[in-house]
Design a binder for this molecule. Structure first.
Ligand code: GLA
Length: 676
């Protein structure tokens, strides 16, 4: 017998042992499969291409075939025990030259780790992955972030292929359900006043509060007990005016229509603190990025009204980067003087007169936000506030802005004595000094002081990605919210990693001071390349529920003119929003984990508890729950499903069990209301 025949005999014998008795190995290339089921941290899966659509290239070597992806990435393939082996050449794609990616390639078979590449970096030669698969039902090809975040982790499974007994049975799959489903019941025709029940304002600042109410129109509004200096427009429900003295007033808001009447108490607290509940609104970055314009902002404001979101308490329209002139852009609409002769910041020609825009947005009963950096340049290379902080705060106030997002960006260059640094290099400079407390605090304290000197209330949103444990000092320098992490993307791994990093900051959340895990990645997002959020429906329910449990600022990052029913439904559940807007201002933490089920509990002002049963795993969680004491919930309780707005029933926490069925990457958001 030749050695080949011997080998075939041995393999044949092995296959006969596992029930595959005909040996006719065929090849299935990974690019022959449907890759649309891939979950990945950025971009779209590349067939025979990198994630940026280029030729697959690892360590200087090109490959014709394979799968280009981005950490964190996961591809499940059902093999039906028909595979013999899997082979590939794996590595980081050369297209990210100039960055510092690190990623690990891992192959799982039926949940067991079968092979791992170890951490791979840019320039490493491709590693051979060769995994025997006899008897394996399901394989997962995963790429993890290598321990330093998933920035620029462009990962290639080059020459990826299976030897198989039957090539026709391989199916790619994804355990997370992909069909959108609606949970929030439609609002009643009768009036219902929604939104926050407390509102903070400083003495002497212009007051603007629009009563958010659902129900058929026409509707008329009134407010009993309004302190002097304030008045309500009975047609629009907009309360305006000015309070001269500090103090608290309890006002009864009333909304009436042909179907009935609704009343709600609003506590108006005139004092030093604003943003007594987390800001709710929209921000231009995640949808328009560098393409934002006054026209788009105006249309976003109109969409917030037309879509009815305004009736659920959504009220900020925030302009992010690119309203200023840009240092390098070839786009003429972004070219022009950064500041006038007196040093005042000059908006770019897409924006022109900022006051006109602010007045328009205010006229709709909404508020408006703006963006800058303490460095000389914003993250996108537009003019920042460095050296002009006072003037900029004055400009924002003069134009009528109500909110400032202040983004670290090029400030690292200032620290390093390079205030004129190249905005393209800011990413590598941006963190330098950010971990040194006095240095990190200084620019935020400065702008905080100037904002407070303005004759209007400007919510101060710090954006420095959580450096120097910003939650421990952000409130003391006048910050109303602070980003706790780096930028979110519409990828499950991004949302999951942000969620897992929140608990450490939770104790610092309180009225006026909010941890900000970044914007909502739901609806049509895309940073200038619009696409539906790649989060699956259950992941979006989980994302929104957790942001509410966290008392996070709720900032919609999608194009509001492109709302689909699912997204609109997700954003208009008043019982869920009420968890975010609860006046006690506590932030939920994970108080118990059962396998991949993480249970988050938030204490509410009325003594009840909001509980999120969050499934981070890849199997449905099906269990009878009874550890209520671990959640701090005791006695007789009414359990209410907040997404469905339905009581589930009354339970005695010492004897009863609660049946839970939580979908993969999904949530059950319940309220436990104590029955006295
Ligand atoms: C940073 C911020 C983003 C956005 C961009 C604008 O990345 O974290 O939220 O503001 O800058 O350039």
């Amino acid at each position: 017998m030749t050695s080949n025949i011997k080998l075939a005999t041995i393999i044949g014998f092995l296959f006969s042992l596992i029930g595959l008795n005909h040996l006719s190995a065929q090849t299935v290339w990974i690019d022959q499969l449907d890759l649309s089921t891939v979950t990945q941290g950025y971009g779209m899966p590349g067939k025979n291409k990198s994630v940026d659509g280029k030729v697959l290239t690892i360590g200087g070597k090109t490959f014709e075939r394979g799968f280009g992806t981005h950490a964190e990435s996961s591809l499940f393939i059902l093999l039906n025990k028909k595979a013999i082996d899997f082979t590939a050449q794996v590595g980081i794609d050369d297209e990210v030259i100039g960055h510092e990616p690190a990623a690990e390639f891992v192959v799982y078979g039926d949940g067991r780790k079968l092979w791992s590449s170890g951490v791979m970096r840019l320039g490493d030669a491709a590693k051979l992955c060769s995994v025997p698969l006899a008897g394996v039902e399901k394989i997962e090809l995963a790429v993890t972030d290598g321990g330093n975040g998933n920035y620029y982790d462009h990962a290639d499974w080059a020459n990826a292929k299976f030897q198989a007994i039957d090539v026709n049975t391989f199916i790619t799959t994804n355990p997370v359900a992909s069909k959108p489903y609606i949970l929030t019941p439609p609002p009643s025709a009768k009036p219902r006043i929604n939104g926050a029940s407390v509102f903070g304002v400083r003495p002497g600042s212009p007051f603007l509060f629009r009563v958010p109410a659902t129900g058929v129109r026409p509707m008329s509004f009134s407010a009993a007990g309004l302190p002097s200096g304030l008045k309500i427009d009975s047609k629009t429900g907009i309360i305006t005016g000015k309070l001269s003295k500090a103090g608290t007033s309890i006002v009864t808001l009333v909304a009436k229509n042909a179907e009935g009447k609704s009343e709600k108490k609003l506590r108006i607290v005139c004092g030093s603190q604003i943003a007594l509940t987390p800001p709710m609104g929209w921000n231009s970055w995640n949808c328009f990025a560098g393409e934002v314009s006054a026209e788009k902002v105006r249309r976003a404001a109109e969409a917030m009204v037309k879509s009815g979101l305004i009736n659920h308490g959504w009220n900020y329209i925030n302009i992010d980067d690119y309203w200023q002139n840009n240092r390098d852009s070839k786009d003429q609409t972004l070219r022009g003087m950064f500041r006038d002769k007196a040093g005042n910041i000059v908006p770019n020609s897409r924006f022109g007169n900022m006051k006109v825009l602010a007045d328009y947005v205010h006229g709709l009963g909404l508020k408006i936000g703006i963006y800058s950096s303490p460095g000389p340049w914003t993250c996108g290379g537009c003019a920042g506030s460095y050296g002009h902080e006072k003037q900029d705060a004055q400009s924002y106030a003069k134009w009528g802005f109500d909110y400032l997002k202040y983004d670290w960006c090029s400030y690292g260059g200032v620290i390093n004595g390079m205030p004129d640094n190249d905005p393209h290099k800011v990413s590598s400079l941006s963190f330098q000094g950010g971990d040194n407390l006095p240095i990190a605090v200084k620019p935020y304290k400065l702008m905080g002081e100037y904002l407070r000197q303005q004759p209007r209330d400007i919510v101060y949103s710090l954006c420095q990605y959580g450096m120097s444990d910003v939650w421990t000092w952000g409130g003391s320098i006048g910050g109303n919210s602070w980003r706790t992490t780096n930028d979110i993307t519409d990828a499950w791994a991004s949302v999951r990693n942000i969620v897992l990093a929140q608990d450490k900051a939770a104790a610092w959340a309180k009225p006026g001071n909010w941890n900000d895990p970044d914007m909502l990645v739901i609806g049509t997002v895309g940073w200038g390349d619009p696409h539906p959020s790649r989060l699956k429906p259950d992941e979006q329910y989980l994302h929104f529920s957790l942001w509410c449990l966290f008392s996070a600022p709720l900032l919609i990052g999608c194009d509001m003119e492109k709302f689909d029913d699912f997204t609109l439904n997700l954003l208009t559940n008043d019982e869920v929003i009420a968890i975010d807007q609860d006046p006690l201002g506590k932030e939920a933490t994970c108080v118990q984990s059962i396998g991949d089920l993480r249970i988050y509990v938030k204490e509410l002002e009325d003594g009840s508890h909001a509980v999120g049963f969050c499934n981070f795993g890849l199997e449905t969680v099906d269990l009878s729950y009874k550890d209520f004491d671990k959640l701090g919930i005791t006695g007789q309780q009414m359990v209410r499903d907040l997404w469905r707005q339905k009581n589930i029933g009354s339970i005695n926490t010492s004897n009863d069990e609660l049946k839970l069925k939580v979908p993969v990457h999904g949530v059950l958001l319940y309220k436990f209301i104590s029955k006295k």
